[in-house]
Design a protein around this ligand. Structure first.
Ligand SMILES: C[S@@+](CC[C@H](N)C(=O)[O-])C[C@H]1O[C@@H](n2cnc3c(N)ncnc32)[C@H](O)[C@@H]1O
Length: 390
């Protein structure tokens, strides 16, 4: 793992590839990783019109309508907007180079073949522009990207995207210190599919949350998935922490983890039912999940799955029946129904949130009793939950 992270280490794990495990006993709430993007690209389709001006193309903060420091790229016609001259200046030598200006201008021109393709292709094209740009501006980060999980898949989509990207890259091929090929393009697409994190808009109870950008984090990409995770990621998009860290993430432990245990996150909200989880994991990540929760739920009939969903909803609406239970009773239930305890203790009960709760970081000796939701940011007292006082 990283030079200065003694809490977790990277190991090879049978049937899962690389995995992160605890290198010492770790405490609930502990921050085990802080990570910054090596690559980030907008989730807005090319030619996205007004939506393109909502976020800074460098730090991805929302640009308020009355912002007086907003500025646009003077070189290109892509409506790329920045929240300040500082963000523009950094971007011009990193993520918004002359290559990116030209590539995005061509890809969103009115005669671009891409415009007849669905949103997903636009995003893949945006990713490839960002990835080949990374190859030019930061060969070491490009090598990191190539070292992530993902084998090339040569199909109609990769062929189409490769010839499209070749046409926009050709004037810059000399600057690319890499051999440009269909195999490389297909391999990059696969790295993106298996490793990109969605950076979401902040939670708003009245509005569906959408993805603002897709991000490749060099170290967080090593977390494997578990349907009952022991860690979860937090980001603080649009909070007051400044442009520098707006797209950073931290990963915190949900509960104590012994030395040697694998640390996993969930790749999607934990409330999804078994069939949906398996479908997403197969289609998006190429594996079948065999975690403890899936082992139990694999034997459930469709009716049981539906009963379970209804029970989950009851828990949310009328948690009082259950939250008075002693912790040990709930742990006993754990054997037949492994997620009952997890849902009770670690799932946010705010409507439409489906976030996961983790304690705030512990102070020197004591774990915090304050739980933070990684989606809505709500803070609650864990003792209230167990005592039934919430
Ligand atoms: C983001 S990467 C995680 C790190 C990866 N294991 C590696 O070697 O780089 C996602 C990929 O890891 C593997 N993976 C993640 N969770 C898994 C699990 N629970 N069981 C099997 N494979 C898993 C799958 O191949 C998936 O596409």
């Amino acid at each position: 793992m990283s030079e200065n992270n003694s809490l977790i280490k990277l190991v090879d794990m049978k049937d899962k590839g690389r995995a992160l495990v605890a290198s010492q006993p770790l405490k609930a709430g502990q921050i085990i990783l802080r990570d910054s993007p090596i690559l980030i690209y907008s989730a807005i389709p090319l030619g996205g019109g007004a939506a393109a001006g909502c976020y800074c193309c460098h730090c991805f903060r929302t640009i308020p309508p009355n912002c007086t420091t907003t500025t646009s790229c003077p070189r290109c016609s892509t409506a790329s907007t920045f929240c300040s001259p500082q963000c523009l200046s950094i971007a011009m030598s990193t993520s918004h180079t002359p290559f990116v200006c030209q590539a995005l201008s061509i890809l969103q021109a009115s005669d671009s073949p891409l415009l007849h393709h669905p949103h997903d292709r636009h995003l893949q094209a945006r990713f490839l522009v960002a990835a080949y740009n990374l190859g030019m501006v930061s060969p070491s980060h490009f090598r990191t990207l190539l070292s992530l999980q993902g084998e090339p898949i040569i199909d109609e989509a990769s062929n189409f995207l490769h010839s499209l990207i070749y046409s926009v890259c050709s004037p810059f091929l000399d600057s690319l210190r890499i051999v440009f090929s269909l195999d490389l393009t297909a391999s990059l697409l696969s790295k993106d599919k298996l490793n990109a994190f969605g950076l979401m808009d902040p939670f708003n109870q009245d509005k569906e949350r959408s993805v603002r950008a897709y991000v490749i984090y060099p170290r967080a990409s090593f977390f494997n998935h578990d349907c009952l995770p022991n860690a979860c990621r937090f980001d603080y998009v649009d909070s007051n922490s400044g442009c520098d860290s707006n797209t950073d993430i931290v990963v915190r432990l949900i509960h104590d983890v012994p030395e040697g245990r694998e640390i996993c996150i969930s790749y999607f909200p934990v409330n999804l039912k078994y069939s949906e989880r398996q479908k997403r994991l197969k289609e998006d990540y190429g594996f079948s999940c065999d975690c403890d929760r899936c082992k139990v739920e694999a034997n459930w009939s469709d009716n049981e799955e539906e009963d379970m969903e209804a029970e989950d909803e009851d828990m949310e609406e009328d948690g009082d029946d259950d939250i008075g239970k002693e912790e040990s009773d709930m742990e006993k239930e754990d054997n037949d129904f492994p997620h009952a305890y997890f849902f009770m203790r670690y799932m946010c009960n705010k409507e439409n949130c489906w976030g996961t709760l983790a304690p705030l970081p512990p102070d020197v000796a004591r774990c915090s009793k304050i739980m933070e939701c990684n989606v809505c940011g709500n803070l609650s007292n864990s003792e209230d939950l167990v005592d039934g006082n919430s």
